[in-house]
Every structure is written in C-alpha cells, then in structure tokens.
Design a protein around this ligand. Structure first.
Ligand code: PLP
Length: 442
C-alpha cells in the first residue's frame, strides 16, 4: 500500500505545528486543511489553494460559506446588541425565530421552542423534556446513533466505541436496539417484508418484554437518517411503525434532526419523507449557517414545563438568531429545492460511475445527504475502511474536502446552494480519487 503524501504550504505547516502544541489531541483531522476564507461551496486554505467543500463544516453551512445575506444579518445585529440572555429577558429576535420555526415545524399542532447552543445541548434538553412530560425515566436509542458527547447524549451515542471508552458510567436508563440498516441487517427478517417493521417487532416482543417495560419508557431518540453511523436510510416501514409504537405506549418520539434537518434532505425535516410527525425535534448545525445555535422544537402540548425548569445563558443569542432567520429565508426561497435537484444529480452521477469502482457497495441518501458505502466486494458487503480513508486523502489532493462516517462510508454533505456545475466538478474529482485509492489497495 502506498501512503498518500500531503504537502501543506508553509503557512499551513506553521499553524499545524502551533496547533499541536496547544489544542486538544482528541480532534480527528484527516488532512492538513487550514482555512483562510470560504464562499459558497468553495474554500481557500491559507496558502491560497482552492477546494470544493463537501463537508460544510460537518453539515453546518447550509447556505454555504459566508453567504452575504447571512453575513449582513449578523453584522447588522452585532451593531445593535450582542447579548441579553433569553432565559431571563424577553428577546424580540428569539420570538421572531420561534414563530418561524413554529411555521416550519413538522407538526399539525402549534409548536414551542427552547433555544440552546449546539446539537448535544438540544438532545440533553429533549431528554429532560421527555422525562418531565411523561414522568418516566427510561429511553430507547439505536446502535450506530450519534447524538453528541455530553453525558446525557453520550449515553445514546454509539457510532464508535472510542467515543464512549473511558467515560463510563453513562447516564442510566438507556437501552440500545439495532437501527434498521437494510444493507447490513443484524437480525433475520423472520417473515417480515420490511426490515424496519422487523426491528419494531423485536422492540415490542423482546425488549419491552424482557429488558424495559414500555410503560416506563419516556422517549425513543432516533435519527431519521443515521448520520455519523453511516448515512443509513431506514426502510419505509420503520418511522411510520415507530410512530404507531410510541402512540400505543404513550412514548415521546424524539427526532434528532441535528444533521438531517433544515432542508438538507430536500425537505425541511427528514422525518417528512415518511409523512411522520415526531413529538419533539432536536435541531442545530444547519439552522444558523455556522453561528452556534440549537433548538428543541416540540408540540405545544408537550412543552409544558414550568418557570425555571430549563434554561441557558447564551441559548438563542441574537447573532445566532439573526443568522438563522436569514438562513431560513434563503432555504425556503430556493435552497431546499436546489438540495433536492442537485442531490439527485449527484446520486445519478454516483450510480453512473459505480460499475467502474469495485469498492462501491451502495450509494444511498436523500437530497444532499448522500452516503457511499465502500466494501471489499459487493457480494460479501464486508466494510473496506482502508479504501475509504485513502479515497478521502486522494480527494484532498484533488481539491475536494470529504469526511467519512460509519464503518466504511463516505459522506457528501455540501452546502445546499451547490450548483450543478460544481457538483459535476466534484464528482469528477471523486471519481479520480476513488480510482487511485482502489489502485493502491485492491
Ligand atoms: C445527529 C446528531 N445529533 C447531535 C449531534 C451533536 O451536535 P454538536 O456537535 O453540535 O453537539 C450531531 C453532531 O454531529 C449529530 O450529527
């Protein structure tokens, strides 16, 4: 196996050396990219090298880098006031944003919103809300899920063991069940046509009968499309069946839309692809185009906790709210539709190049949330992480920023305003990069 050689420029080298002295060594850093500036789906490193960004800062930059409308909204707000704290004071921008989120929330009934600063905080708050609303203590989560790294969300996060190792004991009260991955099912179908329904039968007939009684379960926390776990799209029976199961036992259905929401999949919320309404939605990442913002959006009849039950000093800070309002405006005025159209273009392109890449086992996803599973052979579907990692490095040298997910998948999560022309350019880069990785390793 030949090692991919990186040759960062002198400015990048200098920052990387300083970084290694003072920044936590727990970060991943697959390649030596050091940002100088970005615009739309393009970024330039501090030595002037241009890249197409298919990471969006981990699915955050929904409107791309430095969208002028978002930048102006932040600048205008910064000149007015920077902070007051929505927890203790009334905040006009928070109200405006919550009204907008109520409009786009995936519920028939009205919504209420709790603001925080990140994905993991939105999950923490959703868990507390579910316990508060039901008076129950237990939860179900899914193997392969990623919900954050604070102690409550971490109790669910299970996409990689190293995220959990050394941090036990976790928050008690979480039982994990398999996520319905139709490409690599870990349960037999057992007579079911739909693997999602099979998993739900396992929950009802086995888990509820042996491990945790349904009547003690406050909530089921689920990613409608599993993100860090591999960009896994569940079978069509899963989310509608999960809704029924939750209704049957009075369990809160908590949708973690931190990665899949805010238009990335071609609809506001990934849940909407299956016509399902959750009870509580966790949102962050793409909600504010890079400003730190998280939100719990719940049915009004669910968010009934009283004064002082939950709060956050910075949650929903005015700069983030201003960025979010501008983001939502851009998303609803063309970018969500663009995500659906350019996503389809990329999917079609990937399917087209599949025959000349023996390592591509499956291409899956919705809109601009696309996963490519790399395997040793399409017959065995055995994960091939080394070819994935090598392809990421070659792509970097081609000028394309990519990240992995799951055991052996790559993910495409570009900004939602990616043009078809740039998508084509990126696809050609990816085609070459994967070809080189396969030549190195297969
Ligand atoms: C689905 C999902 N939930 C929660 C989180 C945690 O978000 P944050 O890193 O903002 O805490 C992530 C982050 O990748 C995520 O993908």
């Amino acid at each position: 196996m030949s090692d991919v050689v990186f040759s960062p420029g002198p400015k990048a080298r200098e920052i990387i050396e300083r970084d290694q002295q003072v920044i936590t060594p727990s970060y991943m850093r697959d390649y030596p990219f050091v940002i100088d500036h970005g615009l739309g789906a393009e970024v330039w490193d501090i030595d002037g090298q241009r890249y197409i960004d298919f990471t969006s800062g981990i699915a955050v930059l929904s409107t791309g880098h430095a969208h002028p409308q978002v930048v102006k909204a932040v600048q205008d707000q910064a000149a007015k006031y920077l902070h007051m704290s929505g927890t203790d004071f009334y905040e006009p921008l928070q109200v405006k944003l919550a009204e907008k989120l109520d409009e786009i929330a995936p519920f028939e009934e009205p919504a209420r919103v709790y603001f925080c600063n990140s994905g993991t905080e939105s999950v923490e708050a959703a868990l507390k809300l579910a316990r508060h609303r039901t008076g129950r203590a237990q939860f179900l989560g899914f193997i392969g899920g990623f919900h954050g790294r604070t102690m409550g969300s971490l109790a669910f996060t299970s996409s990689k063991y190293k995220q959990r190792a050394d941090y036990f004991p976790m928050m008690p009260g979480v039982t994990h069940v398999p996520y319905p991955d139709p490409y690599r099912p870990i349960l037999s179908l057992d007579g079911y046509q739909d693997y999602g329904e099979r998993i739900l039968a396992y929950v009802e007939d086995v888990i509820f009968q042996t491990i945790v009684p349904a009547g003690e379960v406050a909530g089921i926390l689920v990613e409608p499309i599993q993100g860090e776990g591999g960009y896994i799209v569940p079978p069509d029976g899963f989310l509608p069946g999960l809704r029924k199961l939750c209704d049957k036992y009075g369990i809160m259905l908590i949708a973690d839309e931190v990665q899949s929401g805010m238009g990335r999949t071609g609809k506001w919320w990934a849940f909407q692809h299956w016509g399902v309404e959750p009870d509580i939605v966790c949102s962050a990442k793409g909600i504010a185009s890079g400003l730190p913002l998280g939100a719990v959006i719940a049915r009004k009849s669910v968010m009934t906790w009283g004064r002082g039950a939950q709060g956050s000093t910075y949650g929903g800070n005015p700069l983030a709210c201003a960025a979010s309002l501008a983001t939502i405006d851009l998303l609803e005025n063309g970018m969500i539709a663009n995500a659906a159209a350019v996503g389809q273009y990329l999917m079609d392109g990937l399917i087209e190049i599949m025959p000349r890449h023996p390592s591509i086992g499956q291409v899956r996803g919705k809109g601009l949330m696309i996963g490519i599973d790399l395997v040793k052979s399409p017959e065995t579907r055995k994960p091939f992480a080394a070819v994935r990692d090598q392809a990421i490095k070659h792509a970097f040298n081609e000028g394309l920023l990519l990240l992995g997910c799951g055991t052996s998948a790559l993910r495409f999560m570009p900004p939602l305003n990616l043009t078809q022309e740039m998508a084509g350019e990126a696809l050609a880069m990816f085609d070459r990069a994967l070809g080189q990785a396969e030549a190195d390793l297969m």
